[in-house]
Structures are given as structure tokens and as C-alpha cells.
Design a protein around this ligand. Sequence first.
Ligand code: FMN
Length: 369
Amino acid sequence: MLKTDFLGIKLDNPVIVAAGPWNRDGNSIKASLASGAGAVVTESIVSDAIMDVRPRIAADSMGAQNIRLYSDIQIEGWEREMNIAKSDGGVVIASISGHSPSEVAYMASKMEKFGADGIELSVSNPAVESLEVVASDADTIYEMTKAVVSAVTIPVTVKLSQNTTNIAKVAKAVKAADGSGVTAINTVRGILGVDTDTAKPTLSTYGGISGEYIRPLGLASVATIAQTVDIPISGVGGISTAKHALEYMMLGASVVQIGTAFVTEGYDIIRKIVQELEIWGQDHNLKNISEIKGKALDNLKSFEEMKYEPSVSIVNGTLCTENCSKCIDLCLYGAVTRTSGKINVDRGKCTGCGLCTSICPANKLKLGW
Ligand SMILES: Cc1cc2nc3c(=O)[nH]c(=O)nc-3n(C[C@H](O)[C@H](O)[C@H](O)COP(=O)(O)O)c2cc1C
């Protein structure tokens, strides 16, 4: 039920371990593959030496910020690492990054020779401002994609950034250059927080924010691409449950990738998500998980298409004994009251904004007319 064909690569399931230092060499990739993932993307490989700053990763309950740049193993060293990575089988996609079309083409052809099943061209890095400029530059992305596609016979996807003025335009450039697919999204430039006692930001420079913080951004990016460009999408950003994976797929992703949750929650998370997807598919009588791809897109309208419906909040079950008064306290229009435990909505005051329906922990209110 979960077997899928992504860009012509056969995967046992659509859950992929995203690029990151958890896939920094042959042994770590082997461990990621053993987690039950359909495929693994290497940490981004570059041709120049990288100096690691310390500290470079900080996490909290919502996600992480990182300023790790790229793999510290030079391209030639990846022949040895790929042999180790693939010694038990499994699909390995090589993430590469570089400054010019010829540089990325050279690296892609090397990684194909070393056994990569596909290439993921990374065109952004939130810690490096100059690369963030490339992330919005459809012409440069076209040139780089074209060069890589011409240099290899394996599929090429381009990993896009949400830090761009128009992600659909960039995805169109990938398609025009005959790229096989896109991955969305990379981390988003940000600062996790500031220690107010020492006045020090969590990490000492801007970095890439990942995890829960960015899932709504990832979902919107995937949906925007799916609605405007006919190209396979690998969805990534803030996925830690099967539900999150399904959300990405329903908004147009063919497969999903998991990064931060893989390390903050442990490698078992992959098997758990895969099992939950399997059960969900059986419960919903699916022959293949790909049947849900894009299912939510018909329900996602542009603002101009939104219909005017005279909805107001109505009470679903009159008695509410919850020790809570959120609907009353937070109603922007003073429309909700409670008398002797009975919730009442004044339809004359209610403007149907919907806030109370989403904040009610007991699900007592709904919109209707
Ligand atoms: C510590 C860390 C290092 C990362 N390194 C890379 C990288 O080398 N190449 C890349 O394309 N993305 C890299 N990413 C981005 C992830 O692959 C992924 O796109 C992003 O974190 C969003 O997914 P998540 O919320 O599941 O982590 C990195 C993310 C983290 C947290």
C-alpha cells in the first residue's frame, strides 16, 4: 500500500530522511536507512572545505535553529562513504550545493558515479545570505538545474527555499530546465530566541529554523507549487506524525521528508509514521497511498474565489460544564455568554469570524446559519 515510484525511483514507502548532519557519512546514512525510511538524502555536499562553528544547533519544544553549513567530507571522499552507505542496499539521494552551474554539474556526475540514485540540488542556506539570493533567482536556478540534468542520467530534484518572493516561479524554472521534481522547503532564516539575562541570541548568528515552527510555511509552499506547476513534490518541514505527512500529501506532495523530528524524537519515528500511514490507508480503503495526493487542493481556494456565506457561531450542545471561559473571554464581538452552564451566542452580535470554534477545547461551538 505504501510502495511508491518517485521520479522513477522505486521506494518501499514515501517517508524519506531529509538532508542534514544525521546523514553526514556512510555509516550515519546506513543507520538512517535502517530506520525503515523509503530513502535517505545525504547532508549537502560541497566542493570547498567547511569550518564548523560551535555551537551550531539549538532546539526547543517547537523545533530547532541550526548554523551547520554542509558536509565536511570533500566530494572525492564520498566514493568511500557511498560504498558504506549502500552496503546493505537502500535508496540514497545525494544533496549537492555549489556556486556555479559547472560546479554543481561536476559534483552531480561524481555522485552518480559513486552510486547515488538521485540528485537533490540545494539552492539555499538560511545562514548564508548570498545563497538566499540565489533561492529567489529563477534564472540562476534554471541554469544550475539545466547543467545538472545534462550531466547525469539519474533524476534531479531542486530543494527550494520558502525565503523567496515567488516559489511558484522558481519551481517553474526547475520544470523548464527538465528537473524531475522539487523539494520544499529548506529551513527558514530566523533566530530561535534571546537569553534576556545575557542579551545573547540562542546561536550567535542567523540560522535555519526547522520543525513545528515551519510546518504551516512548508504546507503553503507545497500547495502553491502543486496548484501552479505540474511537477512531483517532496514535502518537508515540521513533520513528526503520520497526520503531518498526510497533510503534505493532500496538499500535493508525492513523498515526505523528515529532518528535525528524526533527531529530537529518535530514529524510531520513521517506523512509527510508516506504520500509522499503513493503518490509515487500510482504514480508508486505499489501494495505494498515492491516491490521496492533492486531495485537499480542491478545498483550497484563492481569496478571490471565497464565497460569502452568512455563517455565525452556533452552539453545538447547549450545556457546557468545562471549567473554561475561553469562548466568552476571547470573543472579539462580545457575542458569547453562559448562564447556568448554558452557552449562548447572540447571533446579532456574532460576525462568524470562527475564532471560538477553533479555541473551544470541548468542541461545543460550530459555524452555521
Ligand atoms: C541541523 C540541520 C542541518 C541541515 N542540513 C541540511 C543540508 O545539509 N542540506 C539541506 O538541503 N538541508 C539541510 N537541512 C534542512 C532539512 O533537510 C529540512 O529541509 C528542514 O530542516 C525542514 O525539515 P524538518 O522541519 O523536518 O527539519 C538541515 C536541517 C537541520 C535542522
